[in-house]
Design a binder for this molecule. Structure first.
Ligand code: PAF
Length: 318
C-alpha cells in the first residue's frame, strides 16, 4: 500500500511513526504544510513507555500523491476542504481518504464531484499525543481507534483489509458499519470538554466539577434532540457517563481547543457546538447552550488576538 499521512501535528506524526516502523506501507510519506520551510527531516518520538526514537521523514510530493492508495488526513476540520482540493489535482479516483478530525459537517461543505471521486472513511481515536515542538512528539496515552466508511462504495472485505493494515501499525483499530453513531458520541464529548476547558482555561479533569453539571446536561440535551432529527438515537444518561469518563481518563490533558485558544489559533468550534447550532436551525430546534458556547469561543479567540496585539485591554470574558 502507498500511504500518505497529511499533517505534521501530534496525530499526523503518531500515525506516521507507527506506519513507518511497521511493514504495512510499501511507500509511506508525509505531506506537511511546512515541508518547504523545514530544513530538517528528522522527527523525534517518545513512545508510551517513555522510550525515545528518532526517525526520518519522507516528504510527499506530486508523484507520491499520484500513486497513493490511502491518504490519512490528520488536519483540522476547517482545513479539510482546502487540503482535499489540493490533493485532488494529483490523486487517482477511488483513493481511500481517511478523515481524522474532531467535529462533524466537513463533508457536506465539499463539492459533490470531490466527494464522489473518493472512498471516504471517518477515523476516531482516543490516543493521547502531545507535540512539544515541530517534529517532536510524545505518545502520552494508549487509546483505541474506530473507523468506518462515510462515503463511497467499498466491498466489506476491502474495508476489513484496510482496518487490518492500520491495526498492524497502531492497534487496536475497529471497523464499524455504522460509524456515524460513534461520530455523534465523540461529538458529544467534544461539545462539552472542548469549549468548557478552553473558556475556563482548565485541564480536562476539571470538567467533572459539579459547577458544570447543569451546563453539561443542557449541552447534551440539545445535542440529543438535534441528533434525533438527523435519525440518530442517543441516550442522554449514557452520553453524560461517557463525557465524564473521558474527562477523568484525560484529566491532566489540555484539550485541543484550549491549546488552540492559548496559542491564538483558529479552533474547530464551527464543527463542534457550531454544528449543533447549524442543525438546530435546519430542524427548527432551539440550541441556546451550544449556540452560546459556539459564539463565546469565537469571541474569545478574537479578544485574545486583540489583547496580544495590545488593541484590547479588557479581561478574559466567559
Ligand atoms: O479535542 C480533544 O482534545 C480530544 O478530542 C478530547 C477527547 C476532548 C480529549 O482531550
Amino acid at each position: 500500500m502507498n500511504i500518505i499521512v497529511v499533517g505534521q501535528g501530534a496525530m499526523g506524526l503518531l500515525w506516521y511513526h507507527h506506519l513507518a516502523i511497521s511493514t504495512v506501507a510499501t511507500n509511506l510519506s508525509l505531506l506537511a504544510s511546512t515541508q518547504h520551510n523545514l530544513a530538517d527531516d528528522n522527527y523525534h518520538f517518545i513512545d508510551s513507555h517513555g522510550i525515545p526514537y528518532q526517525g526520518k521523514i519522507n516528504y510527499a510530493y506530486d508523484e507520491q500523491i499520484k500513486n497513493a492508495d490511502v491518504i490519512l488526513l490528520c488536519v483540522k476540520s476547517f482545513q479539510i476542504g482546502s487540503t482535499l482540493k489540493q490533493i485532488a489535482q494529483h490523486s487517482k479516483a477511488n483513493t481511500s481518504i481517511i478523515l481524522a478530525h474532531n467535529g462533524m459537517g466537513t463533508l457536506t461543505e465539499l463539492p459533490k464531484e470531490l466527494i464522489n471521486k473518493y472512498n471516504i472513511y471517518a477515523l476516531l481515536t482516543t490516543h493521547g499525543c502531545l507535540r512539544k515542538s515541530s517534529l517532536n512528539i510524545t505518545h502520552t496515552g494508549i487509546g483505541i481507534t474506530d473507523i468506518g466508511l462515510v462515503s463511497g462504495c467499498v466491498e466489506l472485505t476491502e474495508q476489513q483489509a484496510l482496518t487490518y493494515q492500520l491495526n498492524q501499525a497502531l492497534p487496536s483499530v475497529n471497523l464499524h458499519k455504522n460509524i456515524i453513531e460513534k461520530q455523534w458520541q465523540k461529538l458529544a464529548v467534544n461539545c462539552v470538554i472542548n469549549p468548557i476547558t478552553a473558556l475556563h482555561d482548565i485541564d480536562n479533569g476539571q470538567v467533572n466539577n459539579t459547577i458544570f453539571t447543569g451546563q453539561i446536561e443542557k449541552v447534551l440535551t440539545e445535542l440529543v434532540l438535534v441528533a434525533k432529527s438527523e435519525g440518530i438515537y442517543l441516550n442522554i444518561a449514557l452520553l453524560i457517563k461517557t463525557v465524564r469518563q473521558v474527562a477523568a481518563a484525560t484529566a491532566k490533558n489540555c484539550s485541543s481547543m484550549r491549546c488552540d485558544v492559548l496559542a491564538h489559533k483558529q479552533t474547530e468550534i464551527n464543527y463542534i457546538n457550531g454544528y449543533i447550532h447549524k442543525l438546530g436551525i435546519k430542524h427548527k430546534i432551539a440550541t441556546p447552550e451550544n449556540t452560546q458556547l459556539w459564539q463565546t469561543v469565537l469571541r474569545q479567540v478574537s479578544f485574545d488576538k486583540l489583547r496580544t496585539n495590545g488593541e484590547y485591554k479588557g479581561k478574559r470574558r466567559v
